[in-house]
Design a protein. Structure first.
Ligand SMILES: Nc1ncnc2c1ncn2[C@@H]1O[C@H](COP(=O)(O)OP(=O)(O)OP(=O)(O)O)[C@@H](O)[C@H]1O
Ligand SMILES: [Mg+2]
Lengths: 350, 272
């Protein structure tokens, strides 16, 4: 068939679609810049846009970045992980408990003395990572073996991880802060002027990006999210890959739990109730489609700044920070609407 | 090999590239295949025809290792083989282009061509330039010229172009047997033309080609032989040059069976 008669309407539609594409790709940055500008202009000078405050924002974003990386892989498989906030908390409690148990006697620890801090911290880190990995693997196994929807499985493990975590911690903070040297040397420590947790998040981000973009792991993740049956027929071990992806998300949540202990020296469930919301919004704000198949790890990390910038700015403005949750909730809906719009436009080409 | 496979005399003396003997398969109470015999040889296009639900797709899925057959034997180049999964079929050189295509819409043409078999180095790094060059080469070899860029996502392609990608993927791997399940079902006249030419070209290149179609006109144009399935049984094999469309239609519907109540079947789109 000759292409000539169809070029006219196609060109118009293409232009519309390209504009939509361009907008949906760049609006996140525009939004973030507007947000920064807004807080800069509406707060007393020398409070918001200072290097100390921006470092603080980046530091508190590092956990969300780790969660969002794992969540990106999950969402690109057309799944969802609602449990990573709970896994983070559970892993932090387990790791923190081990650190407290091993670093000294009860009396020593409550007095702020940690005779065996190094050994205790290292083992605590291992335990936290293992705990996160374990729950991630549980998610993956339940989803693939029992053919349950990811939404339900991870909602269930969300409840279980928070429940078990609170059982272990007694529902409040751990009895004492974890060895302060951990925070001093790592969580609140800096290398080349940047907090170590930010370095860690950055390294993980780059590695994840490379594997997502340039290795088979990422290719299979997109393929499965795009068409799992086609992937199966192409010889990809779909179930095994899905287990790997959820396990990765759990492992990264465990790592975020370690950062939680390192930065804040303690942990409690209430401070992690909105982690899922923040991580998932970071991912969808970054343009990853909830329908699976398409996504970008790097942009999820950019999206991760939205919730923390909001919280930070609102606190400085002396506005109730709960508005952050409202705003993030609203933007998540907007971002998904945008994605749907794009899909509908894109779908016309078929 | 069999450059002259179109002449029946030459082909009868040849060992079939792929042969199925006595294959049966049931889904619960549905007997999809009953004691089916089937074969295809190098350089020929074997058409597989039958009414909706006759078992055509099921037969090829059993051959491709998607479904385990309940019983039956498969021979490749005369040797008995076992096919337990898609990988086994692929390693024998059997490639299937499914009725529902099975392409990943969000991936581009190159990514789809190499799906599951990506070229990579020892660091797991994908060799994009290699895959891109080979894709371009295969597309050129098959005279697929309408696709503007092999880096556009498959979602943006027309039906005929998608079909071409699926076929090209099947021949990328030095395959011996290419099976096409209703490749022209959703296509317009010009795009059907493209795909039929492509099918003929595959056979010319010496591949054993299996073509499933409901369109007898298309089949009589490109097929060498025709196998008829009816209600899960293989009931006849015709040589294209020695039969007529009339005869094949009668074999498909068995003349009188269409009058039997209960023969009206599920809408075609429910069957894959
Ligand atoms: N996965 C399955 N589960 C249960 N029954 C199935 C399955 N696949 C096929 N069948 C049944 O097996 C029979 C043969 O189906 P099949 O898809 O092989 O027919 P077909 O010849 O390809 O038909 P069409 O021309 O409509 O594609 C039908 O009765 C169908 O309902
Ligand atoms: Mg079929």
């Amino acid at each position: 068939m000759s292409a000539t008669p169809t070029t006219e309407p196609d060109a118009g539609r293409d232009r519309g679609r390209m504009a939509l594409e361009a907008f949906s790709r760049s609006w996140l940055f525009v939004f973030l810049l507007l947000l920064l500008a807004f807080f800069w202009l509406s707060t007393p000078s020398g409070t918001f846009l200072t290097s100390a405050n921006l470092s603080q924002i980046a530091l508190s974003t590092s956990e969300v970045v780790l969660l969002a990386i794992g969540e990106t892989f999950v969402i690109v498989t057309a799944g969802i992980d609602l449990s990573i906030g709970g896994i983070l908390f559970f892993a932090a409690v387990c790791g923190g408990k081990v650190m407290l148990e091993l670093s000294g006697t009860n009396a020593q620890v409550t007095a702020g003395v940690y005779p065996h801090a190094t050994r205790a911290v290292l083992l605590g880190i291992v335990v936290a990572l293992a705990a996160g990995t374990f729950w991630g693997a549980i998610n993956g196994a339940l989803i693939t073996r029992m053919r349950l929807p990811p939404f339900i499985v991870t909602l269930g493990t969300y409840g279980m991880t928070f429940g078990f975590g609170d059982l272990l911690s007694g529902g409040t903070y751990l009895g004492a802060p974890v060895p302060t040297s951990f925070s001093h040397n790592f969580g609140q420590g800096k290398g080349l002027g940047i907090y170590y947790p930010i370095w860690l998040a950055l390294v993980v981000l780059i590695v994840a990006h490379v594997f997502f973009r340039y290795a088979r792991f990422g290719r299979y993740t997109s393929a499965i999210g795009s068409n799992d049956e086609a992937s199966r027929r192409a010889g990809i071990a779909v179930d095994r890959h899905i287990v790997k992806v959820y396990t990765l998300a759990g492992f990264l949540a465990g790592m975020a739990g370690v950062l939680d202990l390192a930065i804040y020296t303690n942990t409690t469930s209430v401070s992690h109730l909105t982690d899922n919301l923040n991580a998932i919004s970071a991912v969808v704000l970054g343009g990853t489609s909830l329908f699976g198949g398409v996504g970008t790890v790097l942009l999820s990390a950019v999206g991760a700044f939205i919730p923390t910038v909001l919280t930070n700015g609102l606190v400085i403005k002396n506005v109730q920070p709960f508005w952050q949750e409202v705003a993030v909730g609203a933007t998540i809906i907007f971002a998904v609407y945008l994605d749907q719009l794009r899909r509908r436009r894109g779908g016309e080409g078929r | 090999m069999t450059a002259t496979a179109t002449t029946p005399a030459a082909s009868t003396s040849v060992i079939p590239t792929l042969e199925v003997r006595g294959m049966s398969k049931s889904f619960g109470s549905v007997q999809a295949l009953i004691d089916v015999d089937f074969e295809v040889r190098d350089g020929e296009v074997m058409a597989l025809v039958g009414d909706n639900g006759a078992g055509k797709s099921t037969l090829i899925k059993c051959i491709a290792g998607i479904h385990p057959a309940d019983s039956g034997e498969i021979f490749f180049d005369g040797e008995p083989v076992t096919i337990h999964g898609p990988k086994d079929a692929v390693s024998l050189g059997i490639e299937v282009v499914y009725q529902d295509l099975a392409l990943c819409d969000n991936l581009d043409v190159v990514q789809n061509m190499y799906l599951g078999r990506e070229a990579h180095d020892q660091f797991q790094r994908l060799k994009e330039p290699v895959m891109e060059a080979k894709t371009a080469e295969v597309m050129k070899g098959l005279a697929v010229t309408t696709i503007k860029s092999i880096r556009q996502t498959v979602a943006t392609l027309s039906g005929g172009q998608r079909q071409s990608v699926a076929v090209a993927r099947a021949v990328l791997w030095n395959s011996r047997v290419v099976i096409l399940d209703e490749p022209t079902a959703a296509l317009g006249v010009a795009q059907t033309r493209q795909v039929l030419d492509l099918v003929a070209r595959l056979a010319e290149q010496g591949l054993a080609v299996v073509l499933i179609s409901h369109n007898l006109h298309d089949i009589f144009e490109v097929a060498t032989r025709i196998t008829v399935l009816r209600l899960g049984r293989s009931i006849a094999v015709y040589e294209r040059e020695k039969t007529t469309q009339q005869e094949v239609v009668e074999a498909i519907t068995a003349g009188t069976t269409s009058k039997v109540p209960g023969m009206a079947r599920i809408a075609p789109e429910e069957l894959t």
